[in-house]
Design a protein around this ligand. Sequence first.
Ligand code: SF4
Length: 202
Amino acid sequence: MNTYLYDYGDKLYINLTNKCSNACVFCVRNMSEGVGGNNLWLQKEPSSEEIIEELKNRDLSGYTEFVFCGFGEPLFAFDKIVEIGGFLRKAGKKVRLNTNGQADLIVGRNAAERLEDAVDTVSISLNASDAKKYNEICECAYGEDGFFSMLRFAKECVGRVKRVIFSVVNTIGEDEIKRCEKIAADIGAEFRVRKYDVYASR
Ligand code: SF4
């Protein structure tokens, strides 16, 4: 069974792909088959038309936010984010993208521009204060370039997307959290420390 949409709290999550360029040590995929009783491994990736059809058939009024985030990196389904996010925003809904931020490596250079009308919030996993530490935690397929790509994307999103949030998990230590907070402040992004649990990666 392919779970493309799932409830978590008062939000609706959209699971588009299992592909990812990272292999983070804290990834929920290492600990579980899914979230909230939903198996999030996909046998088949959905089309944007399928998702939009499912959304049209649901009562969306109770959800406070719609979040692109599942068992993989949503940027690998970038065109679908643009289409589905555009549909939701035209319907007056709040939309967030949770991402590792390696947009120019995964999508190409103009990703932030194309997201302007598709999302309200981009939440980017900063994870560490430098490329070496990042790669130790995230084991990125692009090596240390992954870290710099993520920083470039965050800078490009600031001023284009309403909210840009950098996040870290709370296990990296106080000093490292402070260094990450400074990176966020320098870029003009909000900063959030996520509690480490089965859902820490999201
Ligand atoms: S936490 Fe996110 S970026 Fe890291 S491996 Fe899992 S899906 Fe990929």
